[in-house]
Ligand binder design. Structure first.
Ligand code: NIG
Ligand code: FE
Length: 439
């Protein structure tokens, strides 16, 4: 018998052990992963995690973690992949009414911009949202977060933008604040007053820009309702000059800039994002090579939204390969909105792989740690490292290469949010499906 006594094991709240692949993505908290780093997932085979008080307290091989920690609840991830919860860095989750009628028109050939210029699209949703109470917006927002969580998303960014008056923008931001308080999914708020020119200002759009800068933004900042300020910089929406003015004003109020850039035309949105020091530029279907280079130089995260491009039905996607080659940090998001009604980051990954030719590893990096960088949260989410939030998903697949490959289903088996199991499909599954006797 050995004379040295085994060291007492420390008590954790929860252990996850024996993961075929434990995807840590460790080591990218300061800067997003770029270029070839996007394929480095920091995988630990036969990996384990120990969780305590909502945080990760140990990450390593199962033999090592279980030597140091014990817990009453132990999850076996044998045959499974364990990874950080998805971070969705671009959504418009708070709105009233749907646009299934316009979807039929678009299927039959009408373009997104034609519908918007004739008073539909965003403006239709604005009419409905202005009529809705904050309670109704909170209620539908919570249901949407439920679906996102079921598909493995543990943090989302949420934009205003369907109010377009000071009062209605504040109402939407208030709804965002409440869903963040009421739901376990974390919600990061963005002010997008510059989402469309409201009909009242059609003849004098500069007056609307003035309203945003002089009235809405100061109120948003005073009530601390947003962390970011975004602009839909697009031909026939907000010009480069108007966008710059709004983002600069937002910056003065401490709101970090984001840009809906070059979604439908080459306007110079990517260049603007680099000039103004934006945290991210999003969409980027039509960005110039110079614009992408400028973003890469400044470390602006390229938030790509292939489900939105899919919804536009142009057969065109952002040039993600070029962005990765040029060293721009790439992230992925859903762009959940009434035109692109998808909560599911796994489907976004499938689109990224099929249409933009990202490998499963690159897409996974883009949907976790790089997405966390796009919303200023990389210090606490997006990777599995000691000290970070215990926001973890267990996928019912033996390795990460099934992401994008097996699509149209939900691969999530368990979701652990703030260290607690909030979704457990394995536990809720009945033992055997009932077989009907042959007659
Ligand atoms: O990111 N392009 C502008 N904004 C959203 C669409 C919003 C809407 O159509 O309601 C987007 O695609
Ligand atoms: Fe958007």
């Amino acid at each position: 018998m050995s004379k040295t006594k085994a060291k007492a094991r420390e008590k954790a709240d929860l252990l996850i052990v024996n993961a075929d692949e434990l995807i840590t993505l460790a080591g990218a908290n300061q800067k997003p992963r770029i270029g070839k780093q996007m394929r480095d997932l920091g995988i630990i085979y036969h990996g384990a995690l120990a969780l305590k008080d909502g945080r990760i307290v140990a990450v390593g091989k199962t033999v090592e973690v279980t030597k140091a920690f014990k817990a009453e609840t132990v999850i076996s991830a044998h045959g499974k992949t364990v990874m950080p919860g998805f971070v969705d860095p671009h959504t418009h989750i708070i709105f009233a009414g749907f646009r299934e009628d316009e979807f039929q028109m678009r299927v039959e050939g009408a373009s997104y911009m034609e519908i918007l210029s004739s008073g539909g699209g965003i403006l239709k949703t604005v009419r409905e949202t202005r009529k809705a109470s904050v309670e109704k917006l909170v209620d539908s927002g919570l249901k949407r977060l439920d679906v996102m969580l079921e598909y493995g998303t543990t943090t989302v960014e949420a934009k205003s933008g369907y109010g377009l008056t000071t009062k209605d923008e504040l109402k939407i931001l208030e709804a965002i604040k409440r869903i963040n308080q009421l739901h376990c999914v974390d919600v990061v708020p963005t002010f997008l007053g510059a989402h469309a020119i409201p009909p009242e200002y059609k003849a004098n759009p500069y007056d609307y820009v003035n309203l945003i800068v002089e009235e809405t933004l100061p109120k948003v900042a005073e009530e601390k309702l947003a962390e970011f300020c975004d602009v839909f910089c697009e031909r026939n929406v907000f010009t480069l000059e108007q966008s710059k003015r709004i983002l600069a004003a937002g910056k003065n109020f401490g709101l970090k800039p984001k840009v809906h850039a070059d979604e439908m035309s080459t306007l110079g949105g990517a260049e603007l994002a680099a000039d103004i020091g934006a945290v991210s530029a999003d969409h980027l279907l039509f960005s110039s090579v110079e614009g992408i280079k400028a973003m890469a130089n400044k470390g602006v995260v390229a938030v790509l939204l292939p489900a939105a491009a899919f919804s536009l039905m142009l057969g065109k996607y952002a040039d993600a390969r070029l962005m990765i080659d040029l060293g721009a940090p790439v992230a992925l998001g859903t762009d959940f909105n009434p035109n692109c009604l998808v909560e599911n980051m796994q489907l976004v990954i499938a689109f990224a792989c099929h249409f933009m030719k990202l490998t499963s590893a690159e897409a996974l990096t883009a949907a976790t740690i790089n997405a966390a960088h796009a919303i200023g949260r990389a210090y606490e989410i997006g990777s599995l490292e000691v000290g970070k939030k215990a926001d973890i998903i267990v996928l019912d697949v033996p390795n990460h290469r099934f992401l994008g490959y097996h699509f149209g289903v939900n691969l999530v088996d368990k979701v652990i949010k703030n260290g607690r199991i909030v979704i457990d499909k394995e536990a809720s599954r009945s033992e055997f499906p009932i077989m009907r006797e042959e007659e």
